[in-house]
Design a protein around this ligand. Sequence first.
Ligand code: TNX
Length: 549
Amino acid sequence: MKHLFTFLMTAVLAITAMAQVPRADYRVIPLPSVINGIKSADFRLTDQCLVNYPTGNRDMERNATMLSQYVEEMTGMHLSIRPTLSVKDHVGNISLLIDGKMKDDEGYRITVTPRGVEISGKTPAGVFYGIQVLRKALPVGAAAAVNLPAAQVEGTPRFGYRGMHLDCVRHFFGVETVKRYLDIMALHGMNRLHWHLTDDQGWRIEIKKYPRLTEVGGWRNGTTLGHNSPVNDGIRYGGFFTQDQIREIVRYAADRYITIIPEIDMPGHMVAALTAYPELGCTGGPYEVWGMWGVHDDILCVGKDHTLQFVTDVLDEVMQLFPSPYIHIGGDESPRVRWQECPLCQQRIRDVGIHAEGKKSAEALLQGWFTTQVQQYLAEHGKRIIGWDELLGCDVDTTATIMSWRGAEPGAQGALQGHDVIMTPVGPLYFDYYQTDKTWNEPSAFGGCNTLKKVYEFEPVAADLPADKRHHILGVQANLWTEYITCEPQIQYQVLPRMAALAELQWLQPNEKDYQDFKVRLPRLVDIYKLYNWTYRAKSLVLENEDKE
Ligand code: TNX
C-alpha cells in the first residue's frame, strides 16, 4: 500500500513537472522550409546540457558562445560550451557541426531527438542561422528546463543578399546604436548592412589624409525644423566614426556573419566634403554643410584631376577599413547644373570625347565617365561597385550592381541589361516612410505609407523577367533614411516589426509565404523584442484590417 502511494505521488509530481516545462516551437520568423516532427519523446534542455563545438574551430567556438548567451537571455539557463571531436559527447547535449555535404552555404539543419540536438551547416554562417532559429523557438521567460520537440528543421535563404540600410548622416548614431542594429539584423537572419556614411548634411567617416572632412564636414550649424521648414534650430549638430570605431563595428558585424557595405555617395550629396575642401566643387564655394533635406545643386567638379585624386585617396582608406567585396558609390540625385556652367567639366567632356546620345545628355554621360573611373580603380583593387539606379542612365558597364530604389522597374530593366540588382524600391521598402495612413499618432516620418502587409506581399522578381535573367536579382533590402529620425527608439520603431516581414521576403520562396500565418507567428518574435527592450510598432500586430486602422 505504502509503495503504491509513493509510486502514485511520484507519478503525479512527474506529470505536474512535465506540464510546467515550457515547449519550444520551431514555427519562427523567418519560417523554416522544413519542420518534420519525429515520433518520439522531446529533448529536455536544462542547464546540465553542454554546447559542443568542433575543437580548434574559432568561428564555431564563437557560435557556441553566442548560443549559450542567447539561451541564457531567453530562459535564464546557463549552458557551458565545450570543444570536442567525439560523437559520443553528443549524447544529452547540443552539438554544432559542419556538414560539407549540405548544398547551400547559408542553409541550416537542426535535428532534435531525445538523445540530443545537432545544429549543422555547410559553413559556420549556416550554423549561426540554425542557432537563431533555435533561439527564437525557445519561450521567453525564466525556466529550469525547456522541452524541444523531436524534429528535423531546415531552412535555406531564397536570396544571398539580405540587407538593411542605415543612414548615419542626416542624424548621427554612435557605435552602440549601430551594434544593436546589427543584433536586430542577426535575429532576423540578415547578412548585409548598407551603411550610409557621407552626404550633404555631414561626413561621418574619419579619413586620415583629409582631416577636415570630419573636423569641418562632420558638423552643421543647425537643422531645419519639421519637413524643410524655413525655421532652423540653430543648434550645431554632428559627429563621426573614428577608424578604430569603424574597425570595431566591422568586426562585430563579421562575428554575426554580416558584411558591411559602406556608401560614399558621389558625385552628388557631397556638400559636407565641399565645405571642408571647397576646391572640389565647380564654383569653389564657399559652401556650408547643409541644414536642409533634399537634393543640392553643388556636387563634385569632375573636370579637375584633383577631384579624382581625392576620390581614390578616400576610397583607399575605405577599402582598408571594409573587407566587403562591394563598395557603394551612390550616384543618385546628382543635378548637372553646375557641370553645364563649369569650363573644366565642359573641357573634360571634350577631352574624353563625350557626345550627347538621344535622351542622355553630355553631362549624364560625364557622370558615367566619372563613375567608370572609380569603378576601374576599385576593380584594380578587387572591389566592385554598387550604385543607385540613376547609373542606368549614364552608360556604366554591367560590372556595376544596381540598387533599384525608384520602384522595382529600374531593377528589372537593369537585370535585362545584364546588371546584378538589389531591390530596395521606395514602395514598400523605405522604412523611413509611415507604417499606416493614419499618421497623427505616429512619430514623424518621411511621408508615404508602407504597411507591414505591403512589405510582406512585395515580390522582388518581376513575373515577366526571363528565366535567364532572374539570377541577377541578388536580393532585397529595406532602407532607413534618417532625416526625421533623431534617436534610437525611433530607429527601432520604424524597422520593427517591418523587418520581420522583410526577413520572410528574403528567406522564403513565394509559395511559402502566407501573411495570415505570419501574423500568428509574429507575437512570439515580438516577445523577443520586448526582452531586449527594443521599441516596435505594437499596432502592427493587430490581426484584422491592418490597412484601415
Ligand atoms: C531619396 S534613396 C534619397 C535619399 C533620401 C531619401 C528619403 C536615394 C538614393 N536618395 O537621399 O534620404 O530619398 O526617403
